[in-house]
Design a protein around this ligand. Structure first.
Ligand code: SAM
Length: 255
């Protein structure tokens, strides 16, 4: 195998063609490899553009839906709510959300093939035909969505990148929050959870400097007034078993 070819999941700087877009799209590129360039695609890669191709979109097909998720993908009215989960992992929360809210549409973004397929398979097995999954780098959401295309957004336990030299890779950045705010409809919320105290401190500071209103903030979700409505995700279960408190915030885009 040539060492210059990407392996599954390897992240490289690479352009991904997409349809007409705002000027920011020219500047910012997703950090991910092209699925079609994989030399030894595993079963999950094959499923993405095979048996799940109606429900799952790779990094080349997904941006073609920008501005058209309601009309072309979900075939619903412009008023229909479309929510987003970033970094679905193996998809327990994704499937739960899709199955619980069949009157809403749900899109998941996941960069790795196995959890991506696990997520959409779990939702479909639960009877949720209102869910779709996308392989993309969530730091450039503007490639996938037009302004005002999204309703609620869920960000559960994103990679914390604890080393200072890696902080630039954290999902929560000032520019990312400005973009997210633009893409969301007024009255919608972002739910953010992490076990990392350091990442929560970083994020809260940026949330408060953003156009969002922080309507919920707790450093110990499981001992807070919001514990009853919380769904414990796969990673959250691991953190709880280690005795780590979960930090949680809700951001609202005002009406
Ligand atoms: C720590 S796991 C959390 C998974 C799940 N939300 C949970 O709480 O169990 C983070 C997930 O985000 C995905 N991820 C990391 N960076 C990403 C990116 N830039 N775009 C999309 N997904 C990403 C990872 O592949 C991984 O599945």
């Amino acid at each position: 195998m040539s060492s210059s070819l990407p392996k599954e999941g390897q992240q490289i700087e690479g352009p991904v063609e997409s349809n007409k877009s705002p000027s920011t799209q020219e500047k910012r590129r997703p950090r991910l490899s092209l699925t079609r360039n994989l030399v030894n695609p595993n079963q999950y890669v094959l499923m993405l553009n095979g048996e799940y191709s109606q429900w799952a979109f790779d990094e080349e097909r997904a941006p073609l839906n920008r501005g058209r998720w309601r009309s072309e993908v979900f075939k619903v009215s412009e008023e229909h709510p479309v929510d987003l989960e970033i970094g679905t992992g193996n998809g327990f929360h994704f499937a739960h959300l899709a199955c619980k809210n069949k009157d809403r549409a749900l899109i998941g973004i996941e960069i790795k093939y196995k959890p991506l397929i696990q997520s959409i398979r779990r939702a479909l097995r639960g009877g949720a035909e209102n869910a779709r999954i996308v392989r993309y780098d969530a730091s450039v959401l503007e490639h996938l969505f037009a302004d005002g295309e999204l309703n609620n957004v869920y960000i559960h336990h994103p990679d914390p990148w604890p080393k200072k030299r890696h902080w630039k890779h954290r999902l929560i950045q000032d520019e990312f929050l400005l973009t997210l705010w633009r893409l969301m409809r007024p009255g919608s919320f972002v739910d953010f959870k992490t076990d990392s105290r350091d990442y929560f401190e970083w994020s809260i500071e940026k949330f408060k400097a953003s156009p969002f209103q922080v309507t919920r903030e707790t450093w110990d979700l499981h001992n807070s007034e919001w514990s009853g409505e919380n769904f414990v995700t796969h990673f959250e279960r691991i953190f709880i078993s280690k005795g780590l408190p979960i930090h949680y915030a809700r951001l609202v885009k005002a009406e």
